[in-house]
Write a protein that binds this ligand. Sequence first.
Ligand SMILES: *[C@@H]1O[C@H](CO)[C@@H](O)[C@H](O)[C@H]1NC(C)=O
Ligand SMILES: *[C@@H]1O[C@H](CO)[C@@H](O)[C@H](O)[C@H]1NC(C)=O
Ligand SMILES: *[C@@H]1O[C@H](CO)[C@@H](O)[C@H](O)[C@H]1NC(C)=O
Ligand SMILES: *[C@@H]1O[C@H](CO)[C@@H](O)[C@H](O)[C@H]1NC(C)=O
Length: 494
Amino acid sequence: MPPLWIVVGCLQVLLKWTTCQEISTLTFPDSFLFGAATSAYQIEGAWNEDGKGESRWDYIVHNTNFILDGSTGDVACDSYHKYQDDIAALKELGVNYYRFSISWPRLLPNGFANEVNPAGIEYYNNLIDGLLAEGIEPWVTMYHWDIPNLIYYLGSWNNAEIVDYITELADLAFQHFGDRVKTWITINEPLTFCAHFPNATVTLYGQTVPVGITEYLCGHNVLRAHTKIYRLYQLKYKNSQGGRISLALNAEYGIPETDSEEDIAAAKRKMDFELGWFLNPLVYGDYPRTMIDYIRNYSALQGYPVTRLPIFTLTERVQIKGAYDFIAINHYTSAIISDNSSLVLDASYENDDGLDAKKDPSWEGSAASWLAVYPEGFRQLLVYIKENYNDPEIAVTEQGYADEPDTINDTRRINYYQTYLSEALKAIHEDGVKLTAYTAWSLLDNFEWNSGYSVRFGLYHVDFEDDNRTRTPKESAEFYKKVIATRCLVDSCD
Ligand SMILES: *[C@@H]1O[C@H](CO)[C@@H](O)[C@H](O)[C@H]1NC(C)=O
Ligand SMILES: *[C@@H]1O[C@H](CO)[C@@H](O)[C@H](O)[C@H]1NC(C)=O
Ligand SMILES: *[C@@H]1O[C@H](CO)[C@@H](O)[C@H](O)[C@H]1NC(C)=O
Ligand SMILES: *[C@@H]1O[C@H](CO)[C@@H](O)[C@H](O)[C@H]1NC(C)=O
């Protein structure tokens, strides 16, 4: 049967963009899961309460000018005290699961397992039990960027010993929460913290760590850490706990600017440098060929005696290959890619890919400069993963839209979710992509890293002026709730 399309009006956005999208009238399968996500530092607050240690982000917000609006996550959504309100919001949405992260320094104040904070264990136990009591599955991320500051001072992700340190955290999490948590994400968006957030993560003691080296050391240690945690679970917990594990990877979809061979190759290279950097080792046991070749060649031209991209040992390759139970993808936006392989003298991840990326001016923008709306890229990314990585099961672990503070009637966010979810339906039904879950980012307006509270992603508005941090559903929450209940994006489905 040919797919049926209907055109659902046109959304006039400001005066600049008019988007007319064909919204699919197909439905999400009964087994398809819907969720919403947050992360610890962005919502918990209680930064120094009940024995919690200092994270790097606590240090950054108190000691640097990195946060654009000068704000902090000291209180944020106060979810440490108001997690019952979060559970109530999730229940109102009707989600199947809640993706949240555990704060490493809340469980291990110094970062190391010699001292466990019982209040931290209790907090996550209460949250997990509260969710399960409402029929909401906990999906738990172990590391969403809030590294204990003391471990940061040991070299952060540049120090190979972090593999052991974070595995101690994971062991503790499996031990205390694994009886009830069945979906685990080890590490969130290594691309972002290894390569895209240099000021927060690449400076140590106020010094810049060598760029062009640190990104790859960080990525290498992330892959080793993820693998060690995955293999630990298989050996020690899988039989009794029966859960599944992945690593959340963020990826844009790269569209060649012209149909020249160079631009087409550059767009493929973007996929390799962003997604393949981590996914290729997981699926095939090593970095993508293009990364190996480009970084080796640039390194040689720059006078380095060996390539700046670390090399896995044979044993590591064997262990990394297959260390996932599904693919977890965070996807927000796409980019137009052109080749720029001219000789680059400065070593950096940014230069090594030999390409330029930009947003198409015809795409609707958002309150975040990096996020422009291109729903088709979502379907193309899903198909790309299916075709290049052995047709895996895929869970979208983050997707959402950024707007201005206090937008309660958030029509642009609704338009974003409707058009992106429509592409997901086409990928499932027409392309046969094994997409099984979709996670809205975010449940709540929250502390958006260096943007502070100036950019909002929530389905729920949070009043940051009010001590109660009152949560109010936006119009998008009503929309998402209806999608979950009807499994359909329009008023009536086929
Ligand atoms: C990052 O650091 C560089 C070099 O110190 C500086 O020029 C730049 O303004 C910083 N960016 C942000 C966002 O703080
Ligand atoms: C790398 O350098 C080798 C040797 O000069 C060359 O044959 C190859 O085409 C180069 N590869 C890339 C991706 O530039
Ligand atoms: C939200 O805004 C749209 C477009 O301006 C309008 O049609 C709709 O009635 C508004 N909804 C509410 C609940 O105010
Ligand atoms: C905050 O919560 C308290 C207790 O639930 C309530 O008495 C008070 O009215 C609330 N304040 C606001 C501003 O909502």
